[in-house]
Design a protein around this ligand. Structure first.
Ligand SMILES: [Fe+2]
Ligand SMILES: [Fe+2]
Length: 145
């Protein structure tokens, strides 16, 4: 069985984790310009990942595998929560409110961990099984743009 989707999307989760850790380090160090850059990099990487899931991976999976519709709905709802936290983070960083930014980043970190655990354990293996011929093509789009 192909594991292109699980492998590539999981690797991208790890890349986003590293960007999140970098943002946490900059924030904790009180480095304002560095924090702005790091949080923008994190937001961009997460948005690219969420968009590919929502516009390509999830719809294609739902089309061939109806059972996936409910877990997909949960994942998309969590993306919305994470986007709201990224907006809060952006505001806190712009206002140089270090405590608020650190608190928001901590909540985001926790939510991402729970979310990725479910995708890596359930959704991605399901997608690899249901989309054996499409996995590699979808996966290469993660590294594009
Ligand atoms: Fe996701
Ligand atoms: Fe994901």
């Amino acid at each position: 069985m192909s594991s292109a989707i699980t492998d590539t999307f999981t690797a991208d989760h790890h890349r986003c984790d590293q960007l999140l850790a970098a943002a946490e380090r900059q924030l904790a160090a009180g480095d304002c310009p560095g924090t702005g850059e790091a949080t923008a990099g994190l937001a961009g990487a997460l948005e690219h990942h969420f968009t590919l899931e929502e516009e390509t991976l999830f719809p294609e999976l739902a089309q061939v595998f109806r059972v996936a519709e409910n877990p997909i709905e949960v994942m998309v709802g969590e993306h919305a929560q994470m986007r709201a936290l990224l907006a809060d983070l952006h505001e806190a960083v712009a206002a140089r409110d270090q405590a608020a930014a650190l608190g928001t980043l901590e909540t985001l970190h926790f939510l991402i961990q729970q979310h990725n655990y479910k995708e890596e354990g359930i959704l991605y293996p399901m997608a690899d099984g249901a989309l054996p011929a499409r996995g590699a093509a979808i996966a290469t789009r993660l590294t594009e743009d």
